[in-house]
Write a protein that binds this ligand. Structure first.
Ligand code: SIN
Ligand code: FE2
Length: 219
């Protein structure tokens, strides 16, 4: 299949407005902006097949972020723990496939950040409402930490908390707007991160919600 390369200039150097958070971590400002309509259409199609749901933590608490997945592997949590699964536990079906626009965006953002040939097999789709937060955590359910994480923000703004290798390390408070992409890998791959409680706001395309796409090579 031939797909147009929407991100042909991806390997160019960082733009002046881009921000390096530390070695291996960078914010690519507005990197996804020009493809927001295609991304939102793809999210719509994914959630028609695999609706957003509030997973339970292993301790039995309902997560305030609503989640679904696209790609060969999907991140799930329940009483048995955190893991990647090939099928949506709610339907028993495979997760919706990774849309081409997702794959191109994730690969291009990783390349811009210095990680060539990133091929994600999992996209976690997170939905935040006003007051929703994501506490500081490390992403550690993936098979190989050599691959970076690519995180795309859509909708209302958020404050991304980006810490260090220890939970108690100082965190940077990084405002993220619709279209911003954060990439962290290499020495930053296991840095703690989270999202501060979402403030009431309005976005013309998404209303009062924030959607985050997190791309990983999990398997
Ligand atoms: C995550 O850590 O998985 C999501 C981060 C975000 O929503 O920006
Ligand atoms: Fe995470």
């Amino acid at each position: 299949m031939i797909t147009t390369d929407l991100f042909a200039d991806a390997a160019l150097p960082l733009k002046p407005r881009d921000e390096r958070l530390c070695e291996g971590a960078v914010v690519l400002r507005a990197f996804a902006l020009e493809h927001d309509a295609a991304l939102l259409q793809a999210i719509h199609d994914i959630t028609a097949q695999a609706p957003f749901r509030h997973l339970l933590t292993p301790g039995g608490l309902r997560m305030s972020v609503a989640m679904t997945n696209a790609g060969a592997l999907g991140w799930v949590s329940d009483r048995r723990g955190y893991r990647y699964a090939r099928r949506d536990p709610q339907s028993g079906e495979p997760w919706p496939s990774m849309p081409a626009v997702f794959l191109q965006l994730a690969t291009a953002a990783a390349a811009r950040a210095g990680f060539a040939d990133f091929m994600p097999d999992a996209c976690l789709v997170n939905r935040y409402e006003v007051g929703t937060r994501l506490s500081l955590h490390q992403d550690r359910d993936e098979h190989d930490y050599a691959h970076p994480i690519v995180s795309v923000s859509l909708g209302v703004p958020a404050v991304f908390l980006f810490g260090g290798l220890q939970r108690t390390d100082l965190t940077q408070h990084v405002p993220l707007a619709h279209g911003d992409v954060v990439v962290w890998g290499g020495p930053a791959r296991q840095h703690y991160h989270g999202v501060a409680p979402i403030k009431l706001a309005h976005h013309p395309l998404l209303g009062d919600i924030r959607i985050n796409l997190t791309f990983r090579r999990a398997g």
